[in-house]
Design a protein around this ligand. Structure first.
Ligand code: NAP
Length: 248
């Protein structure tokens, strides 16, 4: 915790979409935040300014989450500049949709590298420092595709199902160190990731949402902020679906 009582949160993929909304919600709830992004510098600077307007200290660092050395350097920079990290949220994610028989090695490997190895790298670095302090909350991002599967997303669904097994195992491993680990599995949330889908696919998926609309990134961020907080002190090893009732 910083001298002024603010806690510090690490958020991967914080420059856009759900990660961006999470950085801003955590800033509202009294966290200083350090987020990483891959390449979109102007989006990252915008989030950093908005978080500062909300009274938070905020670092924006370009990091490829699949690269362990860069992730460890990001964590070290964060602790040096902001203080001990108490919350880690793994939002960085990509899709490369393709039917399996047409899927290239690159489409398979890059999705697994960012979504699954990336979460592993961020969690490994963050949990190491949390264990020493016997305190922490980790929130990983899965997807309804990881729970139920989605056609043309074998790579993405595998990475997101992997996140669930990874997170439940980690939760059991580190509970005795006072660290909670939970997973959020969103449905269709109105971000750039959804707009990368062909319109006919989006429309078909939307028709399967009983609440009749896409979710908002802020609605997912609210759930993440709850799990980050002490209000969720008895919650661990759990998967929270947030999807408007979608049946895929
Ligand atoms: P998004 O709008 O596409 O944003 C993705 C974020 O991840 C960006 O900040 C991006 O940075 C960053 N990123 C991508 N690859 C990275 C890498 N290798 N290293 C570091 N940062 C990287 O995505 P989103 O829709 O908010 O999704 C956030 C998470 O929720 C993802 O894990 C996604 O799988 C999951 N999710 C989303 C939905 C949905 O409907 N949107 C549904 C279920 C689950 P740059 O802009 O610099 O590339």
């Amino acid at each position: 915790m910083a001298d002024d009582g603010r806690k510090v949160a690490l958020v991967s993929g914080g420059s856009r979409g759900i990660g961006r909304a999470t950085v801003l919600q955590l800033a509202r709830e009294g966290f200083d935040t350090s987020f990483c992004y891959r390449s979109d510098v102007s989006a990252a600077h915008e989030v950093q300014s908005l978080a500062k307007e909300l009274g938070a200290r905020c670092l924006a660092v370009p990091v490829d989450v699949a690269d362990g050395d860069s992730v460890r350097a990001w964590l070290a920079e964060t602790e040096a500049k902001l203080g001990p990290v108490e919350v880690a949220v793994t939002c960085a994610g990509v899709t490369h949709d393709q039917p399996l028989v047409m899927m290239s090695d690159h489409e398979w490997n890059s999705v697994l590298a960012t979504n699954l190895t990336g979460a592993f790298e961020v969690c490994r670095a963050a949990v190491f420092v949390m264990m020493k302090r016997r305190r922490g909350s980790v929130i990983t991002l899965s997807s309804v595709a990881g729970v139920h599967g989605n056609p043309s997303q074998t790579n993405y669904s595998a990475s997101k199902a992997g996140i669930i097994g990874f997170s439940k195992a980690l939760a059991k491993e580190v509970a005795r160190f006072g660290i909670r680990v939970n997973t959020v599995a969103p449905g269709l949330i109105d971000t750039d990731m959804i707009h990368a889908m062909p319109e006919r696919v989006r429309k078909k998926l939307l028709a399967a949402v009983p609440l009749g609309r896409f979710g908002r990134a802020e609605e997912v961020a609210d759930l993440i902020a709850y799990l980050a907080s002490d209000r969720a002190a008895y919650v661990t090893a759990s998967v929270f679906e947030i999807h408007g009732g979608i049946t895929i």
